[in-house]
Design a protein around this ligand. Structure first.
Ligand code: BES
Ligand code: MN
Ligand code: ZN
Length: 503
């Protein structure tokens, strides 16, 4: 989707459709006037409520120099940036359904929007552009179209061009905001692609290759460790999970260094389990296919580093992705096994399905040891327990640093990717004691998301500014939510927001 920003009146823009954002307040008088001025029929207003996400179509005779289709997009009271996100997302989703190739947003009221939503024209444009990308996303690369009557009929047409139109003074702000929003939207959609790819299309090596590609787009360094190097580094957690696999593990390190002096170094660690069968502690068949999404943390980390680089944020960002699938076989690790992780800490593997924490143990230890970052954050589709607690829309998080916790929470509110904090109290460490090793990889009944976090905490080597985000719910929400299948790319916007705050 190409972006253009033009000093024009929306009504005179050449596009397949012109989008008019309308608040509930404007619906009474102004909307009718607007349609009249544009020469469109008023019928669209009959069933249009203007709540955020509401869409109505209106039509007019147009000369070919302007849009004949008008899309009315509700923004509710228009008093929160979130409402604009919802509106833009609904608009482009509809536009893709209608096979619209070029779309224009009438942003003539953007100064007013900024005021009423207590934000800036710049921020709102970023939100609109990012949400436009998000709503236009479809995952169709595995459809051949061979069975369609007309060739490729099942595939959506992509929106080629998105124009932001305004005659106001804030055009420069709109332009820089929209540009940034497009980058974040593209990165988030790239993360969704990775998460949507099934196990046979995304191995650990392919996930590493995706990081290398992201590095080329963002202009940052990417190093991939193969199994030999991983063995040399004695990454016992990653190797143990990989034991049952036919495919080698990878360990990928991304390093984005800004021009000039970086204000901080932030390490992002993402769980990259390309498919989680549970291993010998095999999962039930029902829903197992969703475990192709068990590298949601990795996808988010890769794409957050890419976004940081393309936005040229003044922080150094290290991305660390341990990757493997988790499979049962004669060579797989067994319940009861005791393994030695890279840090030397031994783990009793009571349940081979608690594999994410084993590979993160090595990745956290590696990030701390190699980079001693100012801030260290891991993201992982780690526990079903977190979904039980918070459901699908919200991620759980943990931190040993109250200031970082507050920044994360606020970034969640600002980005719309909400996170809610759980405690790391000492009582929970009791639950992961082992009789035979330093620590046990499961905590028994209750508090499953917390005992997982307490496990990870053992491997940060006393780092003082660490957070763990459990994205098991929002990375790949259960069916019924959005009609576009599967992955959300949850965490990319959250991390970009956080990194902006740290810089
Ligand atoms: N990848 C799963 C967690 C998960 C569950 C993510 C559902 C997304 C949706 C993780 O590896 C896992 O299996 N966790 C176990 C831990 C248990 C064995 C202690 C779980 O949550 O049941
Ligand atoms: Mn598992
Ligand atoms: Zn898992």
């Amino acid at each position: 989707m190409r972006l253009t920003v033009t000093a024009k009146e929306g009504g005179s823009i050449k596009a397949d459709a012109l989008v008019l954002f309308i608040s509930t307040k404007e619906l009474k008088k102004e909307a009718a006037k607007l349609l009249k001025n544009l020469g469109a029929d008023q019928g669209a207003l009959k069933d249009f409520k203007a709540s955020a996400g509401d869409i109505a179509m209106a039509y007019r005779e147009a000369s070919g120099k302007s849009a004949s289709r008008l899309i009315l997009a509700g923004i509710g009271d228009g008093d929160k940036p979130e409402l604009f996100r919802k509106a833009a997302q609904a608009v482009t989703s509809k536009a893709v359904d209608l096979k619209i190739g070029t779309l224009a947003f009438d942003c003539s009221a953007s100064a007013q929007w900024a005021k009423q939503s207590k934000s800036t024209a710049d921020e709102l444009a970023a939100i609109l552009a990012g949400a436009a990308q998000y709503g236009a996303y479809r995952f169709e690369r595995l459809k051949s179209g061979k069975l369609d009557k007309k060739k490729g009929e099942s595939k959506s047409k992509e929106i080629r061009e998105l124009a932001f139109a305004s005659l106001g003074d804030e055009l420069a702000a709109i332009k820089s905001g929209a540009n940034a929003g497009m980058i974040v939207g593209e990165c988030q959609n790239a993360a969704r692609d990775l998460v949507n790819l099934p196990g046979n299309h995304l191995s650990a090596e392919e996930l590493a290759a995706a990081a290398v590609e992201a590095g080329k787009r963002g202009g940052f360094e990417v190093t991939v460790f193969d199994k030999a190097k991983i063995t040399e580094l004695q990454m016992g957690g990653l190797l143990a999970v990989n034991k049952g696999s036919q495919q080698p593990p990878t360990f990928t390190v991304m390093d984005y260094k800004p021009e000039g002096k970086a204000k901080k170094t932030v390490a992002l660690v993402g769980k990259g389990v390309t498919f989680d069968s549970g291993g010998i502690s095999l999962k039930p068949a029902q829903g197992m296919e969703e475990m192709k999404s068990d590298m949601g943390g990795a996808a988010c980390v890769i794409e957050a580093v890419e976004a940081a680089a393309r936005l040229e944020l003044p922080v150094r960002v290290i991305g660390v992705v341990p990757a493997t699938d988790n499979m049962p076989s004669g060579s797989a690790q067994k319940p009861g096994d005791v393994i030695t992780t890279m840090s030397g800490i031994t783990v009793e593997v009571g349940n081979t399905d608690a594999e994410g924490r084993l590979i993160l143990a090595d990745a956290l230890a590696y990030a701390k040891k190699e980079y001693d970052p100012d801030v260290m954050i891991d993201l992982a589709t780690l526990t079903g327990a977190c979904i039980v607690a918070l459901g699908y829309p919200v991620a759980g998080f943990f931190s040993n640093d109250d200031a970082l916790a507050e920044q994360l929470f606020k970034s969640g509110q600002a980005s719309g990717e909400k996170v809610w904090q759980f405690p790391l109290w000492g009582e929970y460490a009791e639950m992961i004691k082992s009789d035979v090793a330093d620590v046990h990889n499961t905590g028994g009944r209750g508090a499953g998301a917390i005992t997982a976090a307490k496990f990870l905490e053992k491997f940060i080597d006393g780092h003082k500014h660490w957070a763990h985000v459990d994205i098991a719910g929002p990375a790949f929400p259960a069916k019924g939510g959005s009609k576009v299948s599967g992955a959300t790319g949850f965490g990319v916007r959250l991390l970009v927001e956080l990194l902006k705050g740290l810089s």
